[in-house]
Design a protein around this ligand. Sequence first.
Ligand SMILES: NC(=O)c1ccc[n+]([C@@H]2O[C@H](COP(=O)([O-])OP(=O)(O)OC[C@H]3O[C@@H](n4cnc5c(N)ncnc54)[C@H](OP(=O)(O)O)[C@@H]3O)[C@@H](O)[C@H]2O)c1
Length: 262
Amino acid sequence: MNSSFSDKALSGRKALVFAASQGLGKASAEMLASMGAEVVIMARSAVHLQQAAQDIQAQTGRPVQVECVDMLDTVALNAMLMRHQDSDILVTNCGGPPVAPFVELPIAAWDEAYQMIVRPVVLACQTLVPAMAQRGWGRVVMITSSTVVDPLRHFALSNALRKSLLGLAESLAQEYAARGVTANLVCPGLTRTARMESLVATTAARTGKDEAAVLKEMLAGIPAKRMAEPQEIAAAVAFLCSEAASFVQAQTLVVDGGGKVG
Ligand SMILES: NC(=O)c1ccc[n+]([C@@H]2O[C@H](COP(=O)([O-])OP(=O)(O)OC[C@H]3O[C@@H](n4cnc5c(N)ncnc54)[C@H](OP(=O)(O)O)[C@@H]3O)[C@@H](O)[C@H]2O)c1
């Protein structure tokens, strides 16, 4: 059995990483590549994808394949999934849903959030997991949010819909654990990415506070008194993709600097 974080731990494995041109997806793809996986990164912006692939190659020396796909486009998503049905590892991730008081979220916002947070994951699992099971080895890691265990005010879309992915992981574990496939969630807290910057800006605009004050308040609620770096989330993803996590099923690995404790 390979140990988890060596540069060969995932050699011979192919990993498909969703929403990976920047932020948590990109950091996860880079960590998996550094462990020897053949990595495919997907997002909408060709320019950002090419830059991310160059960065990952420069850091890891591993070739990276890019897929310029909007995960809301079912036809394009399905075609991409068929091209990568030989993936051993699936890391799902997505753009963040709007953050607003409940009454400001019309039903259309719920439909759109479902299309982004849940539907692509189900489609990907339907295409890739049976093939993983047939080969007797597979890893599904869903990047979600600490809201799965620790709901946040004005995050109703995230609080409600991301929990359904835990139900999906539990269902996959019931059916596929005996055939070598694991399915788990990584649940990040506040992490230094573009999404985090936009959350701070949105909250500042809503409350009339300046962005520095908003960030200070957010950090004050975290026992670690800082936000995570994307690599700290990627390390949790990498663990769940590793051989060492072979008996871990349907868990929520929360990486939030102790949020629940605070
Ligand atoms: N950062 C945090 O503090 C934090 C905390 C908890 C949870 N999260 C959640 O974790 C996820 C990733 O966060 P992040 O901070 O890494 O966000 P980010 O920096 O904004 O990156 C989002 C990624 O998603 C891709 N993407 C967005 N819409 C897409 C679509 N329709 N099809 C394909 N790719 C798409 C983007 O690329 P393109 O624009 O090129 O498509 C980009 O690569 C989000 O769901 C976020 O809510 C983040």
